[in-house]
Design a protein around this ligand. Structure first.
Ligand SMILES: C[S@@+](CC[C@H](N)C(=O)[O-])C[C@H]1O[C@@H](n2cnc3c(N)ncnc32)[C@H](O)[C@@H]1O
Length: 242
């Protein structure tokens, strides 16, 4: 299952999506941290740390952060673990990884969620922050998550989800569809940064509903699958490898 229908204004079909998405993040990487910092009212670091701690990340865990980007999730995991020695960060964008490498001494791997170069049963805790919309197949990604987690290992996916109510959806559309990309262009003077945030909006707008994500997690063999919604905007998807 695709996380959203092909956005043919940007790429012809699912096969050409990875190259498009990679170009977007490579070009926007230098601006990413600044944009998400003010765009989410400086809540990003604290929220990423609080969420991982609440859902059971503890010192001693081996962590895989899929779609690590510039390392925002992994940097907060390192604070909980006391070091980045047991953290592996995976991302297909060399530009995003280059920024992440300046922040923490984790293991960095160039790769994609759908096919990961890790042995079976390798990790206690697997995170993915704000990137589920970028995979080409939910089934392939979740099958890989199931494979690389140790038995009893936990999966945490953080996402932004379009609100279902009319007023919430209107405000969401206004902010993410118009205000955020326009302010991004104004503050960064970068067309690449604006394009990255406009695409961010398009994928949120067209994303499959949470019920489909939950069904795909269960179909991959994961258990204790649930979604915790927050403020009508954030989704925390949780699952365990039995
Ligand atoms: C919006 S950023 C999220 C970065 C970070 N996790 C955070 O919390 O801010 C999305 C990231 O997903 C990565 N990405 C895109 N396609 C991917 C795929 N198929 N597998 C893994 N990561 C992917 C991009 O390169 C980018 O770094």
């Amino acid at each position: 299952m695709l996380p959203h229908p092909s956005l043919t204004a940007h790429y012809a079909d699912t096969k050409s999506k990875p190259e498009f998405v990679n170009g977007l993040f490579n070009r926007g990487a230098a601006h990413y941290d600044g944009i998400v910092d003010w765009g989410f009212l400086r809540s990003g670091a604290g929220y990423r740390r609080w969420t991982q701690k609440r859902h059971g990340l503890r010192p001693g865990h081996s962590v895989l952060d899929v779609a690590c980007g510039t390392g925002l999730v992994a940097a907060e995991a390192a604070k909980i673990l006391g070091s980045a020695a047991n953290i592996t960060c995976l991302d297909p964008s060399e530009g995003m990884l280059a920024v992440a490498k300046t922040k923490l001494a984790a293991t960095f791997v160039l790769g994609r969620a759908e096919q990961m170069p890790f042995a079976d049963n390798s990790f206690d805790f697997l995170t993915m922050g704000y990137a589920l919309r970028h995979v080409t197949s939910l089934e392939d990604a979740f099958r890989e998550y199931h494979r690389v987690l140790k038995p009893g290992g936990k999966l945490l996916i953080m996402e932004v989800t379009k609100p279902s109510g009319r007023i919430g959806e209107f405000l969401f559309r206004l902010y993410f569809g118009r205000v955020y990309p326009a302010l991004t262009q104004l503050f960064t003077r970068s067309r690449a940064a604006r394009d990255m945030m406009h695409y961010y909006w398009e994928t949120m707008d067209t994303c499959v509903p949470p019920a489909d994500v939950l069904a795909a997690l269960r179909a991959a063999g994961l258990v204790d699958v649930k979604r915790i919604p927050l403020l009508g905007l954030f989704s925390e998807y949780l699952a365990v490898k039995p």
